[in-house]
Ligand binder design. Structure first.
Ligand SMILES: [Zn+2]
Length: 427
C-alpha cells in the first residue's frame, strides 16, 4: 500500500505543479501539456494539457483554493472552475495562443518546399532555429517549476513537423545521413531547405604509374600528370548531377607508385546532387582507362570520412631497390635486420620543395621480406605504419631518415619502382 501511496503522490504533483503554473501564467493546452511531455506515451502535448485542465476542473473547488485563485485559473487556463470575470480567457503566455496554428502552417510549408525541390529526397532531418520569443518565455515558466518532465518548444516543433512531412511525403526521417536539412524558423515563421552532400564510399586501384591522386599543376599552369584519380571521381559526381565534389582518401601514394591489391579507401563527397539513390548500375557506367579502377560500393556517412582520414592504416609496399655499387651477402643480412625497427624521419627534401613544414616523425617498420633479383637489384616487401616515406627509408635522404637501407650498408641505395600492395582497413 505504501508503494501505491508514493506513486499517487507523483500524480498529485502533476496537478499541483499545473495549478502553481496556471496561477501565474496563462497557458494554452499545448504549452501546459509540453511541461509533462515525458508522461504518457503516444499523446500529443495538447491532449496532455487538455486532460490536465479537465481533471483540474473536476477536482478544484473553493475548499481547495480561494475564490480569487479559482478566478485566476479560469482566465489563465480556460477552466470552467469559476465563471471568468468578463468571460475572457487570456492568451497563452508562452505562444500567444499561436503555436497550434504555427505548427500546422510550418508543416505545410515544409511539405510544399520539399515537393518543389529539383532533387530526389530519400531521407530528411528537421532542425529548429534557436532564438524565438517562445523559447525565452518558456524558460521563465520552466524556471518557476523546476520540472524534469518537460520538452522544449523547439523539440516539439521539430518532432511534430517531422512526423507530418513523413506522413505526407512517405519519406522517413534520417538522423544519421539525411539528404536535406529542413530548417524551421519560428521567428520568421518560414521553412528553408539545406541540401546535404551525398557521400559515396569506394576504393581505387591504379595499375599504371604517373597518375596522381589530385591534379598536379606546374607553375606555368600545365599539368604534370595527364590523369588523376580526382578526374575519374568527377565522372561520378556528374552521374549524380553534382555541382562540385571533394575527394577524401585514406592517405595517398606518390604519382609514380602503383596502388595495387584491394585498393585505397576513398569517399567522394558530391555537393548539391540532383540524384541520390545509389545503384551499382550507375557507378558502372563510368568509363575508366584500363589502368585505373574506381569502385563505388554505396552511400556512406561523415563518420566514415573522418575515420578514413584520421587512421594511419598499416601499409605494405613492394619496392625495387637499386644499389649501384652492388650487393653482398652481408648487405642483404644488414637490410633484413631492419625488420621491427622504429624509423625517425624528417620531412623529405623532395616534399619540402612543395613548401611543406619540416617536421620529425617516427614510424614503425614491422617486417621486411627480400628477394634478390640481381647483384644490383633487390625486390623488397615492407610492412609499416601508415605515413612512412618509403623512398627515403631506402635512400636515407642525406641522413634525414634514420635508419635507412643506405645507412646500414654504407652504400647508396635507391627505390626505383614502388607499389602499394595493401592498405589495411577495418572498414
Ligand atoms: Zn501556448
Amino acid at each position: 500500500m505504501e508503494v501505491l501511496e508514493s506513486k499517487w503522490k507523483s500524480c498529485g504533483s502533476v496537478l499541483e505543479a499545473s495549478v502553481r503554473v496556471l496561477l501565474k501564467f496563462p497557458l494554452c493546452d499545448r504549452c501546459l501539456g509540453r511541461l509533462f511531455a515525458r508522461l504518457g506515451r503516444g499523446l500529443d502535448n495538447s491532449e496532455r494539457g487538455r486532460a490536465i485542465k479537465t481533471l483540474l476542473a473536476m477536482l478544484l473547488s473553493e475548499e481547495l483554493l480561494s475564490k480569487e485563485e479559482l478566478e485566476v485559473l479560469a482566465v489563465n487556463g480556460g477552466l470552467p472552475v469559476h465563471a471568468p470575470p468578463g468571460g475572457e480567457v487570456r492568451q497563452c503566455y508562452v505562444c500567444r495562443s499561436e503555436l497550434d496554428r504555427v505548427i500546422v502552417e510550418l508543416g505545410e510549408k515544409a511539405v510544399r518546399r520539399l515537393r518543389e525541390v529539383g532533387f530526389e529526397v530519400t531521407g530528411f532531418l528537421v532542425g529548429v532555429k534557436t532564438g524565438s520569443e517562445f523559447e525565452k518565455r518558456e524558460r521563465e515558466v520552466i524556471g518557476l517549476l523546476g520540472l524534469d518532465t518537460w520538452e522544449s518548444v523547439r523539440r516539439e516543433v521539430k518532432r511534430v513537423v517531422g512526423k507530418y512531412i513523413s506522413k505526407e511525403l512517405s519519406i522517413p526521417p534520417d538522423f544519421i545521413n539525411p539528404d536535406v536539412l529542413v530548417i524551421v524558423d519560428l521567428v520568421s515563421r518560414d521553412v528553408y531547405l539545406k541540401p546535404l552532400p551525398l557521400l559515396l564510399r569506394g576504393r581505387y586501384v591504379k595499375i599504371g604509374r604517373y597518375v596522381s591522386q589530385l591534379p598536379w599543376y606546374r607553375r606555368n599552369g600545365s599539368r604534370k600528370y595527364k590523369l588523376s584519380i580526382h578526374d575519374i571521381c568527377a565522372e561520378f559526381s556528374k552521374i549524380f548531377g553534382g555541382e562540385d565534389f571533394v575527394l577524401h582518401a585514406a592517405g595517398r601514394e606518390d604519382a609514380d607508385a602503383r596502388m595495387l591489391g584491394d585498393g585505397r579507401p576513398v569517399a567522394i563527397e558530391i555537393k548539391n546532387p540532383t540524384r541520390r539513390s545509389f545503384s551499382s548500375a550507375r557507378s558502372q557506367s563510368v568509363e575508366l582507362p584500363p589502368w585505373i579502377r574506381v569502385e563505388v560500393s554505396g552511400r556512406t556517412t561523415r563518420e566514415y570520412v573522418r575515420e578514413i582520414k584520421s587512421r594511419s592504416a598499416r601499409k605494405t609496399y613492394r619496392v625495387v631497390v637499386f644499389v649501384a655499387e652492388g650487393l653482398t651477402e652481408k648487405d642483404i643480412s644488414k637490410i633484413s635486420s631492419l625488420s621491427n625497427t622504429v624509423v625517425h624521419q624528417r620531412t623529405p627534401t623532395r616534399v619540402l620543395r612543395r613548401r611543406r613544414k619540416d617536421v620529425a616523425r617516427r614510424r614503425r617498420v614491422y617486417d621486411i621480406a627480400l628477394n634478390v633479383l640481381s647483384k644490383y637489384l633487390l625486390e623488397v616487401l615492407v610492412s609499416t605504419d601508415g605515413g612512412l616515406y618509403v623512398k627515403e627509408f631506402i635512400s636515407g635522404d642525406g641522413g634525414r631518415t634514420t635508419p635507412s637501407f643506405s645507412e646500414v650498408i654504407g652504400k647508396s641505395a635507391e627505390a626505383v619502382l614502388l607499389d602499394v600492395v595493401k592498405v589495411e582497413s577495418m572498414l
